[in-house]
Design a protein. Structure first.
Length: 326
């Protein structure tokens, strides 16, 4: 695994680093990469989340907090200079296995510091039973990208006000607030500076690989990709107006909301949203499979039976999905 180094010290918006992942994945298809980065206060919403449900947009706008939608699934997270963000790019078509390998590497690096760290069954890295890192992934042909937060410290005002975690999400963790289920590196290692912590991660996770120094031409290409995150409609995301809307939080999967538009008893569109992780654009595949299907359990089950749902959204079965729809 090779470590990527920037050729300047400019402060970049978060979308630049997401674009850097895409650039590395396509420009260097035979190499694995890891890099770390930090940003000014930003909220990052998952690909399939509804903006107004997940984020306190007014607070963000009034306080200069940037809002970016990433191309991976999962939930909304807050980043600022108290966070270190990690990106991992590798050759793989097995996204779930790649995801597990990455979180295991990071958890191992934390254990080297004497922390009781582990990666759980979904997308978190824990110290004890509290979350210190949330991660997400997405897939390009032959390539997998994993990225996530590492909470060295936190801004309590930003964390408490920027997000709107759903009641079902908090209930699933048996807690009353988002803050109560997270911890920080600084809480456990108060004498370790953020710079010393980052140095440890950059030595431990790549584990002796080569170094790639980005050139001016690399940066120019990344900046072009970055503009895709600012195109009209991308940030606002999905805006379903279905006649049937159901939401369920499933263990090991996350929250899935299904919005169906119906006409004359048949499905005319399906919109999926939530903080679930996906191996491809599950919403488009499911939508295309169900358009025109009569709105009843038997016909919907038959149409979904032609798909391998668990290959689209890990751990999701037809039975679970049918229960959400009906």
């Amino acid at each position: 695994m090779d470590l990527v180094i920037s050729n300047d010290s400019r402060s970049r918006r978060l979308a630049y680093y997401l674009a850097e992942e895409e650039y590395l994945a396509t420009k260097y298809p035979g190499r694995d990469f890891f890099f770390a980065w930090q940003v000014q206060p930003t909220v990052i919403v998952g690909r399939n989340q509804l903006l107004e449900r997940e984020i306190n947009v007014d607070f963000c706008r009034e306080n200069g907090v940037d809002i970016v939608r990433r191309k991976s699934g999962g939930g909304a997270v807050v980043a600022d200079m108290n966070n270190i963000m990690f990106s991992y790019v590798t050759s793989s078509d097995d996204v779930c296995a790649t995801f597990g390998e990455y979180t295991s590497l990071v958890a191992s690096a934390l254990r080297e510091l004497g922390l009781n760290a582990s990666d759980n069954s979904r997308n978190d890295i824990l110290i004890g039973d509290r979350k210190v890192s949330g991660n997400a992934y997405y897939h390009l042909p032959g390539r997998s990208i994993v990225h996530g937060t590492m909470l060295y410290d936190y801004d309590p005002v930003l964390m408490s006000n920027a997000l709107r975690p759903s009641v079902s999400k908090l209930s699933s963790h048996g807690v009353q607030s988002a803050r109560s289920r997270v911890t920080t590196i600084r809480e456990h290692l108060p004498h370790l500076s953020i710079g010393e912590f980052l140095d440890h991660i950059l030595k431990s996770v790549p584990n002796g690989g080569h170094t790639l120094l980005l050139t001016d031409s690399d940066v120019e290409a990344i900046e072009k990709i970055e503009q895709s995150y600012f195109r009209p409609g991308w940030l606002s995301g999905k805006n379903p107006r279905g006649t049937v809307s159901n939401t369920e939080r499933l263990d090991g999967i996350g929250e899935i909301r299904v919005d169906l538009a119906l006409s004359k008893g048949r499905i005319t569109s399906v919109t999926l949203s939530g903080d679930y992780l996906e191996n491809s654009d599950a919403g488009d595949v499911i939508n295309n499979s169900l358009i025109g299907t009569p709105y009843n359990r038997e016909d919907v089950s038959s149409a979904l039976g032609k798909l391998n749902l668990s290959s689209l959204i890990p751990n999701l079965t037809i039975e679970k999905f049918i229960d959400i729809i009906f």
